[in-house]
Design a binder for this molecule. Sequence first.
Ligand SMILES: Cc1cc2nc3c(=O)[nH]c(=O)nc-3n(C[C@H](O)[C@H](O)[C@H](O)COP(=O)(O)OP(=O)(O)OC[C@H]3O[C@@H](n4cnc5c(N)ncnc54)[C@H](O)[C@@H]3O)c2cc1C
Length: 497
Amino acid sequence: MSLIMPEPNKKTLSRRLEIVAALRAIVPGEGVIDKPAELTPYESDGLTAYRQPPMVVVLPETTEQVAAIMKYCQRENVKIVPRGSGTSLSGGALPLADAVLLGMSKLNRILNVDYEDRLVVAQPGVTNLAITRAVEAEGFYYAPDPSSQIACSIGGNVAENSGGVHCLKYGLTTNNVLGVELVTMAGEVLRIGSRALDSAGLDLLGVIVGSEGLLGVVTEVTVRILPKPETARALLIGFPAVEAAGRCVADVIAAGIIPAGMEMMDRQAIHAAEAFVNVGYPLDVEALLIVELDGPAAECDHLIDEVAAIATKSQATTLRMSRNEDERLAFWAGRKAAFPAVGRLSPDYFCMDGTIPRRRLPEVLQKMALLSRKYGLEVANVFHAGDGNLHPLILYDGNKPGQLDQAEAFGSDILRLCVEVGGVLTGEHGVGVEKRDLMPVMFSPVDLAHQQRLKCAFDPASLLNPGKVFPTLHRCAELGRMHVHQGKTLFPELPRF
Ligand SMILES: Cc1cc2nc3c(=O)[nH]c(=O)nc-3n(C[C@H](O)[C@H](O)[C@H](O)COP(=O)(O)OP(=O)(O)OC[C@H]3O[C@@H](n4cnc5c(N)ncnc54)[C@H](O)[C@@H]3O)c2cc1C
């Protein structure tokens, strides 16, 4: 792989057997995996272009075991990579050759459901969908809904600040988490946030959500749950040009309407999805919008007419409104299957994730088409149009020499473009290793140094998930005296893990 990761510590590697034995003393039974063949399933996460078997996998079952493992690793200078379900698309859970992979999947119990306070307390290995499943009989649900919700863990959602279709109206993970239990690299157990809507002191919860396993390991999560909306209706709207669809999105928001979801697909994605699920998507359009409204029936009916009127003004050529639940689900079926559908078009694809101001959408898509020609690689676009979060899927064949490098370079150019038009490097998939080296495009050396100081406050020896998020992770002692002259660091070509 072309990715530069921290050099493995030879001393740690030479002590492997001793480290495995120490972990077995903390987690007895089958909770420690060290046979090479059994390590293979852990060698990558959802970003499968990069692979590295871990030194050893440990699967604790209690917070006490997590704390003991971390305390031991800190004392013995051993690195740790936390892992939930391994669905990260940015390589956040990519193992290191000299690190313990700390799998959280056995901490998988829902600890408390409180309908009066409208919250659920869950262990980090509980899947996102399992939270909704636990409360749906009483008419409640957990709002953030990543497409991976059947598999991804709530601990991973907290670490990535994950989003989904319904986050436009109901917020990302950060807006739905009330508190966490966190184990630091030193093995201390902290409680951050609470069961209440606000907490005193610094907003450490805001710091932990989205920290990508760099600051601590989440061992318990308290999330809020919402009553299921009385009704939901969707519109399927086709446009002859992407510009018209982009304008419609901006006009809906400008009219003060916040749909429960507003998703867009381009021609390539529409055709792939329709061929996969056959739900009657129009094939003569350049862009397709799915807009969902939810709430009391009267409000839904009123808003759906308003959105339809805006779409007509924006030159929509196809306009269908769902009349029942089956039709609504059919509108969504293609969008939900868009990733596997695009996966049938080529042996490999890279799913990029960047965010732009909504009004710049047409311009960004035009430039992306030029980049597609430059690199000779196709791109299909599926995105959360309402919040400007793009998911370009770059199609490539990893078996053809040079295509992975081309796809990586194409992806980097797309993310640079997002920043150039006033957007950001990531919408919901995190930085991980995928966008790590692009962080200086977005942040100045001073910005990055301050973020790293925060990392050092939690993990001074940089043992927790090193090589992720920060392009050049200085030793914490070094940070105090780093001299940056006119934005230039000494020897910028050297990775400083
Ligand atoms: C098909 C597909 C569709 C997807 N759709 C979406 C989508 O719509 N929206 C979206 O936001 N994401 C999406 N994702 C990305 C991914 O599912 C999310 O990032 C998810 O939150 C990762 O959860 P996980 O349990 O798999 O975490 P992992 O992949 O195991 O880990 C992700 C990161 O979290 C850290 N981590 C995991 N558990 C803990 C813990 N307990 N404490 C501290 N750090 C921890 C890891 O170190 C790593 O940095 C998709 C992925 C796939 C494969």
